[in-house]
Write a new protein. Structure first.
Length: 591
């Protein structure tokens, strides 16, 4: 049975935020013309947008971009259908990933990262770390595969089929999901080869739980896109692989993470090498310098982790407001989907832990036999035959009750027959039998009623016992929570406390101080004379372990002979600690 495709989602900010105006190299937010004028009129004028006509053109480009984003999923599906029907690949083999396409150094790095003893330090021996910004260079593809892939993409570009833009900032490039590269090429590349590396390099950015990606190719040429402005990606982890062709300049440059202020950022330049990839975090601010000659093709993989982005959208830095979209979406999942996934995982685990298939088959066959035998018996009985098993089960208890009634009638009939035989011998004996039958019926009824009473009593006792046990559990759990909150260990350190005096229950009182506990108290932070005098004047309630009687103890253990009232006790404590008992106890380290 075919499963329905999972719905895809985008954050609502996709339709309002991060709209790039290429003419003035500015990212803007647009919710309406009034808001846009208020927020960006001065910014744009400082960038050279000074005339009303220029501003009107900017508004038109923004509105077109918003409309393009709204129709993106629908148009992408349409293009995908057209391409699958009419496009004939030049090299069909490049659409399916083979290990022969991958560089030997890349395979050794992946093999190491999958080993049980793998760690980051060991993996860095197989990669080239660029500065200390967590940017890594590694060989990914062999040059022959890169050349074939570029030829395939150029062949598609020459066709008259519809083509979509890779993103807001790049005007020239190809979306690989529309051309059919994702299922057999980029998806296995991400899952089997890249994720083992990212799980070690970027565990804090969902490197071990990447569950979706966006794959596209960008092209830079003299008459087309020359460079790429500073930006960050809509991804948790990004892989940028250089495919060629021949070109000069056009290096990548990396700044810091987007949280770092602009005036505090430092920059590092990275050169392109054909077949080699640059692995970095998606929120790392970066750009591309302009090329001087030739053509530059790059494969970009935006890898996403729904566990990370479901909590915070990488583009607006807020909890995502999910909007259902057609197509692939932006890697978000709904709460309902997550629950269903966890339920499916639990179900699979239970099935894997269950018994062997032979035992399960035998048990299932036994169950079927039992059901069939029950159905036969039901068809033989005078009860009407039912079509479903549910109706049959519903009538089973009624049938049992009827059988019990029949048995009771038989017993009564047997007793009456014996009485009738005796009546033939003599009339006096018949009268006695009839009276005995009445007495038997009455005794049976009395037994039943007494049995019912006993049952109800037992049930009531059980309920009471359950209630008591629940109350005890609540009390014990409350005590444990109080102890955890106060930071007490198994051996409680007693100290001057006001709470025991304010409470009437003797449960919160502590034991008398021992010499060992006194030494522990003295080992704490030193106190002033005023604190010591105040501490000595505190009176607390303590249970004597020898006699079990309540005693009032002053300071560190001096037993008072005079037993004062509770009100007087509270006054003494308030006076000694200057009406701030808790603060004193916190300062002295006793609470």
């Amino acid at each position: 049975m075919m499963t329905a495709p999972k719905p895809s989602y985008s954050c609502a900010c996709f339709y309002t935020d991060n709209i790039f105006i290429q003419e003035f190299h500015v990212h803007v937010r647009y919710t309406g013309e009034q808001q846009f004028r208020r927020d960006y009129e001065r910014v744009l004028s400082s960038q050279g947008c000074r005339t009303s006509e220029q501003f009107r053109n900017v508004l038109e480009t923004i509105k077109k971009e918003v409309e393009r984003r709204r129709k993106l999923g629908e148009e992408s599906l349409h293009r995908r259908r057209e391409i699958s029907l009419h496009y004939k690949p030049l090299y069909p083999e490049v659409y399916v990933l083979q290990e022969s396409f991958l560089a030997a150094e890349f395979l050794t790095a992946v093999k190491y990262s999958k080993s049980p003893q793998a760690n980051v330090e060991g993996l860095l021996h197989h990669l080239h770390s660029i500065t200390d910004k967590r940017i890594y260079r590694l060989p990914v593809f062999i040059p022959e595969f890169c050349a074939k892939l570029v030829e395939e993409l150029e062949n598609f570009e020459r066709s008259d089929l519809p083509k979509g833009r890779p993103n807001t900032m790049n005007n020239y490039g190809i979306l690989l999901n529309e051309l059919g590269f994702v299922d057999a090429l980029t998806a296995p590349l991400c899952e089997k080869y890249i994720e083992p590396l990212t799980s070690l390099l970027f565990p804090d950015w969902g490197g071990g739980c990447l569950d979706s990606h966006r794959a596209f190719v960008v092209k830079y040429a003299l008459q087309e896109d020359l460079d790429l402005s500073c930006h960050y990606d809509n991804a948790e982890v990004t892989l940028n692989v250089s495919l060629g062709k021949e070109f000069t300049d056009g290096n990548l440059y990396f700044s810091d993470m987007k949280e770092v202020p602009v005036n505090e950022r430092t920059y590092a330049e990275v050169e392109h090498i054909t077949g080699q990839g640059i692995l970095h975090r998606g929120q790392h601010v970066h750009g591309a310098l302009p090329i001087s000659s030739g053509e530059r093709w790059n494969l970009i993989l935006w890898m996403r982790a729904s566990d990370v982005r479901n909590k915070c959208c990488p583009m607006c830095d807020n909890e995502p407001v999910l909007v259902k979209t057609l197509g692939d979406g932006d890697g978000f999942t709904s709460v309902r989907e997550d629950r269903e996934q966890t339920m499916d995982e639990r179900h699979l685990k239970k099935r894997s832990r269950s018994r062997s298939p032979k035992v399960s088959q035998s048990k299932s066959s036994k169950k079927k036999k039992k059901l069939s035998s029950r159905c036969r018996s039901s068809s033989d009985s005078p009860v009407r035959k039912h079509s479903t098993l549910a109706k049959y089960r519903a009538e089973v208890p009624d049938r049992r009750k009827k059988e019990r009634r029949k048995k009771k009638r038989r017993r009564t009939v047997s007793t009456t027959s014996s009485s009738s035989s005796s009546s033939e011998s003599s009339s006096s004996s018949s009268s006695s039998c009839s009276s005995s039958d009445d007495s038997v019926d009455s005794s049976c009824k009395s037994k039943k009623s007494s049995h019912r009473k006993k049952k109800t009593k037992k049930q009531m006792k059980k309920k009471k016992a359950k209630k008591k046990s629940k109350k005890l559990k609540k009390k014990t759990s409350f005590k444990l929570e109080c102890q955890d909150a106060k930071g007490t260990a198994k051996e409680v350190l007693p100290g001057p406390s006001i709470n025991p005096c304010q409470k009437e229950s003797p449960e919160d009182t502590g034991p008398a101080l021992t010499d060992e506990q006194k030494s522990r108290i003295q080992a704490m932070k030193p106190m002033t004379k005023e604190e010591w005098d105040a501490r000595q004047s505190v009176i607390r309630k303590v249970v004597d372990p020898e006699t079990g009687r309540m005693r009032l103890i002053k300071g560190d253990g001096e037993v008072l002979e005079e037993i004062v009232s509770k009100e007087r006790h509270k006054e003494i404590n308030k006076q000694s600690t200057q009406k701030d008992g808790l603060a004193f106890q916190m300062h002295s380290g006793m609470f």
